[in-house]
Write a protein that binds this ligand. Structure first.
Ligand SMILES: [Zn+2]
Length: 277
């Protein structure tokens, strides 16, 4: 394990596990209804020359006690010009972890870019893992009459290894789950803690830093945009000015950052050294 690659939380370490990369045109997927003008003019620094956001695909590994918890399972072996994955097992091997070592696969939600390595060709990829997600997402993405066949095909094989939950709880020593609905009905945040230290994995509560520094953003991917906004804005207010390292599911490089408070607004920074703006 390379200590430089992970985020320390007391004696625990959260390691980003990269699977691949995706690009989405920012103005097509994130809007600020009710605001005059182009909201992206203030955020050119996070767009490429084509106006696209880069989304890293992957997950996070948390080793705690005798558990090795993989939070999200990447996008899988896909390359469709927009989404490209396939490196997750190599990235795990690079930190000394094989697929058979994973004890828990915890999904922040069940969108395709988080369950890519749940199964491959109908076979379970992590043979010794218990798969876990919020019951509201299993109901929405698998059991609902209008559930997409692709998701059902991908996830049906894990049913016998699945433990659903519908309450916030401590899932493993130092690792707890908190319901954060809106992006999907069963979206969760993962809180990792040891002693006084804490870090948060916020899944797709936000897709890019702009959504954490300003209110009123809406994402096309959000199943319930109003609820997603409420969840995102409450979380941003909770975290602003704190020293809590935060990682979203797709920020570039799966890097941790934090939310600063200053002059009537919030700022996202990847600088974790603790000085305010
Ligand atoms: Zn996602």
């Amino acid at each position: 394990m390379s200590p430089l690659s992970g985020q320390a939380v007391g004696s625990l370490v959260i390691e980003p596990i990269i699977d691949g990369v995706a690009h989405e045109t920012a103005r097509e997927i994130l809007v600020r209804p009710g605001h005059e003008g182009d909201p992206w003019l203030a955020h050119q620094d996070i767009l490429d020359q084509h106006g696209r956001l880069e989304f890293t695909m992957g997950g996070y590994l948390v080793r705690t006690g005798d558990r090795k918890v993989l939070v999200d399972a990447g996008v899988g072996t896909i390359d469709n010009g927009k989404y490209q994955g396939g490196a997750m097992l190599e990235s795990l091997a690079a930190v000394g972890v094989g697929a058979e070592d994973i004890t828990d696969v915890l999904f922040t939600h069940l969108h395709f870019d988080h369950v890519g390595w749940a199964t491959a060709k109908g076979e379970i990829v992590f043979p010794n893992a218990t798969y876990r997600c919020h019951a509201a997402d299993w109901a929405h993405f698998i059991e609902a009459p209008d559930a997409a066949p692709g998701g059902i095909r991908k996830l049906s094989p894990i049913a016998e290894r699945l433990e659903l939950f519908d309450t916030d709880h401590l899932l493993a020593p130092g690792l707890s789950v908190r319901h954060a609905p809106g992006h999907t009905p069963g979206s969760i945040i993962v809180v990792v803690s040891d002693g006084d230290e804490r870090a948060m994995l916020i899944g797709d509560v936000a897709h890019c830093p702009a959504e954490l520094s300003e209110d009123d953003w809406e994402a096309m991917f959000d199943v319930d945009r109003t609820m997603a906004r409420r969840t995102r804005e409450a979380l941003a207010r909770e975290l602003e000015g704190s020293d809590i390292p935060v990682a979203a599911a797709h920020f570039p490089g799966l890097a941790f950052g934090r939310i600063l408070a200053g002059r009537g607004r919030r700022y996202w920074t990847y600088d974790l050294s603790g000085r305010d703006a």
